[in-house]
Each structure stands twice: as C-alpha cells, then as structure tokens.
Design a protein around this ligand. Structure first.
Ligand code: FES
Length: 124
C-alpha cells in the first residue's frame, strides 16, 4: 500500500462552454495570482498563470490562435501547452494541469494551492 497517492485532486472550475471560444476565463485563487483557462478553436482547454512572462500582462485578455495566445500588451506569443514565449522572445509562465470530462473543466487542487503563489515571474 502506498503512503501517498499521485492521483490529482481535481477541482471543477467551470464548463467548457463557460469559456469564450478563442478566449479565456479567469479562475480566482484565495492566494496568488489568478489562473487563466483558455479554449482553443478545437475545444482543447489549457490553463496558465494569468501573467505574461514579459511584463506580467493579463494573458486571459489575449487572442487565442491555434494552441497559442497573443499577449494583449506587447503581442508576445505564448504557447498554451508550455506557457513559454515563442522565440526570439524568452520566458515561461507557470502552466496548470487540466482535465476535461463530460464538458466539465477541472484543475489540480494541489497545483492551485502551490504554484506561483508568490507572483514571481518565471525566468524560464
Ligand atoms: S507583457 Fe506580455 S508581451 Fe509584454
């Protein structure tokens, strides 16, 4: 018997239809910056910290294209599956695990409670 289980404790945050197509919905956390949950044209759902790795722009207000988002401030392209800026720009924002089941979107409760709580931009 294992003393700890690797199975994430998924917490439901919204439905896929709650997320605007090619847009995002913000998930508030009691502590730490908000998380942006994105919906791509193919209905893939991604979650990143709602802070651009450049100067902290709100990625949730950016335009989604393919599996990327264009930051609304200076138009950097951030990969939704990696959280990283497209070259020649550099830097990554924290990425959160997502599960979609029966049209419901879940995030990992442990990650929500742990990742990027200090709001420090990631220098990836
Ligand atoms: S803050 Fe996102 S591109 Fe500058």
């Amino acid at each position: 018997m294992s003393p700890s289980t690797p199975t994430p404790a998924w917490t439901r945050v919204c439905t896929v239809d709650d997320i605007p197509a090619l847009g995002a919905r913000r998930v508030h956390r009691p502590q730490g910056a908000e998380v942006a949950v994105f919906r791509a044209a193919d209905d893939h759902v991604f979650a990143l910290l709602d802070r651009c790795p450049h100067k902290g722009g709100p990625l949730s207000q950016g335009m989604v294209f393919g599996h990327s988002v264009a930051c609304p401030l200076h138009n950097w392209t951030i990969g939704l599956d990696s959280g990283c800026a497209q070259a020649p720009d550099e830097g990554c924002t924290p990425r959160f695990s997502v599960k979609v089941e029966d049209g419901q979107v879940y995030l990992d409760a442990e990650e929500l409670n742990r990742l990027a709580l200090d709001d420090t931009p990631c220098q990836g």
